[in-house]
Write a protein of this length. Sequence first.
Length: 623
Amino acid sequence: MCGINGILSFKGSQLDKTSLVKLMNTAIAHRGPDDEGIYTEAAISLGHRRLSIIDTSNAGHQPMSSSDGRYTIVFNGEIYNYIQLKKDLSSYYDFRTLSDTEVILAGFIKYGPNVVKHLQGIFAFAIWDTVEQKLFLTRDHLGVKPVYYSTTNEAFIFSSEIKGILATQLFKPKVDQVSLVDFFRYQRVHAPRTILQNVHVLEPGTYVEIDGKQIKENRYFTLQHTKANSDITRHSAAKEVRSLLEKSMEQQMVADVEVGAFLSGGIDSTVVVGLMSKISSQRINTFSITFSQKDFDESTYSSLVARKFNTNHRAIQLHPHDLLEALPDALKALDHPSADGINTYLISKKTREQGIKVALSGLGGDEIFCGYPVYSAVYKLKQMESFFLLFPSSFYTGLFQGAYQLTSKNYFLKLAESFKGGENYIDNFLLLSRQTYLDHQIEDLLKDVNLKFNSLQGVSSSFRNGNQDNILSLTSYFEMNTYMTDTLLRDADQMSMVHGLEVRVPFLDLNLVSYVMGLPDHVKKGKYAKNLLIESTKDILPEEVYNRSKKGFVFPWKYWMKNELHSFCEERINSFALRAFVKENAIKELWNRFIAEDKSINWSRIWQIVVLEEWLRKNNVSE
C-alpha cells in the first residue's frame, strides 16, 4: 500500500506543481514511510509515498515509467492476480521489475482503460500519457482504496487523502451543507461527496479521464443483485463458498513481508485466522483489543481461537486513560469525519509496532453473509407482507409509535416512520435503519437545512426495483454500497495507513462476492446469522464462537463519555454549538439530555458531533 498525489495544470496556469506535490507527499507521508518519488513534466506532477510489500527492492520505486517513457504511473494497493497477468503480458511487454505496479502499466499499454477489468485486487492509481497529454485515474471495484479529487480554475488535483489536497492551500475549505445533512443522518458522507465543498471521492468501480479541462467519468463495474438460482442447495453453496474463500485467502496472503491478522473472536475474524493457519506453514501473528468492562470484552473468545490455531497472539487491554491519551492523535488521523474508526486506529498501531506491515481483516463478512440485525428485520418485514396489507399504513404508523412511547427504542420509531411512506415501507426502513438523526431531529439542530436531497435515494431505488424474492441479497447490495464503502472501508484505510499498515479484506474477493450475491434467500437463512458462512467453515469454527450472540467491535463509549471523556466531549459540543449553521441551544440541550440518562439519546449521536467538531478544527474549517 502507498499514497498517491498529483496535479494536472490547465493551460495558462503558473502553478509550481513540483513544490505543491512535495507538500502533498509530506501530508500523507505516513502512508509510505519506505520511499518517496516525484515525476514532473510541463503539464503534470505526480507524487508517491511507498510502503514496500511486493518487490521491496528499489526497482519498485514510483512514479514508474514505461520503457519508452510514454506512460507514467503512481499506484496504491495490491493486485492479487498480478503473477498470472504478468505471464499473459510477457510476450507483449519486456518486464524490468518484480512489482505488480509494472504489471498494471503493461496492461494499460495493451488494454487501455479496460485494464481495470483484468485486475483482481484493491487499488487506486493514476497513469499519465505524455503523448496524448491525458490523465487516467481509477479506483477498485468495491472501493477498498480511496482517491479524492478537486478542481480549481488552474488545475485538477488528486490524492489518496483529503489531507493531501488541503496541503496545496489552493482553495479555502468550506463545509458542504448537503453533506452536513448526510453526516447527521448517517454518521458519514456518501460518495461522490465529502464533508467539504469542491472535494470529491471517486466512486468504486469508476475511472475518470482528464483531457485539458474536460473530465469524463466512466463506470466499469456495478455490484449486481441478479436473479438467484433457486435450485441450488445449501450444501453445494457452502462447498463453493469454502473453495472461493480459500482461493481468496491464498491470494491475499502473498507478500514479501510478514502477514498478520486482527482477531476479535467473532465468526469473521475466526474464519480468517483459521484459514490462514491451514494455508501457512508459519505461525500466524494475531492481535486483539480487550476491555476491563466485561460487557464489551471478547478476550475469552479471541484467546480460545488463538489457542485452537496456535497463533502468536497479542491482546492489548485498553483502559479509559489509554484512550484519552491516544484520542487526539486518533482523531487527527481521521482523514474524513466518522463516528467510527478509533478501534481500527488502536489495533493497527499495536500491530505495526510489532513489525507487521500487512494484516488481514474480517471486514465484509457481515455484509455478504447477512450478519447485521437489519437483515433479519428486513426479512421479517417481507415475510409479514400479507399482514401489513390488512390495514392502512397509518394504522401501523400509530402502532409502532405507541411501541416507541412504551419502550423508547428507536427501532420502533423508525418502523413508524417507515410506514408513513405507504407501500414502500421496506426500502423506507432500510433508509432509516442506519440513521442516527431522523429528519425532524436534524431540523431541530441545524439552521436553514434542506432535507429534500437524500444521497441514498439512488441505492434505495435499485433496492425497490430489484428481485424482491431475493431480499437478503438486495439488502447486501444496499449495505455494501453505503455503510461498508463510506464508513468501514474508508475508516479501515485511513486508520491503518496512518501507521503504515496495509489491511486486506479476503471476504471482499470479487469472485466470492459475486457468487454469494447470486444465491437465493433459502440458502443464506437458517438457525444462525451468517448461516452459510458457518456451514462452509464448521470444521474450523469452534462451536462457542458461532453459538453466541453477535457482538460488534465496539468500545464502551457511553460509560467513557460520561466519565473520563466528559470534559473532552462537553468542550467540543459547546464549541460546535457556536458555529453559524447550528442552533446553539438545541445542541446544548441534546448534550444535557444525554448526561441526564435520556434513553432516546444514544451515545453515538453525541459522539458524531464531537468528532465532526474536532475534525473541522484540525483542518481549519471555519464555515
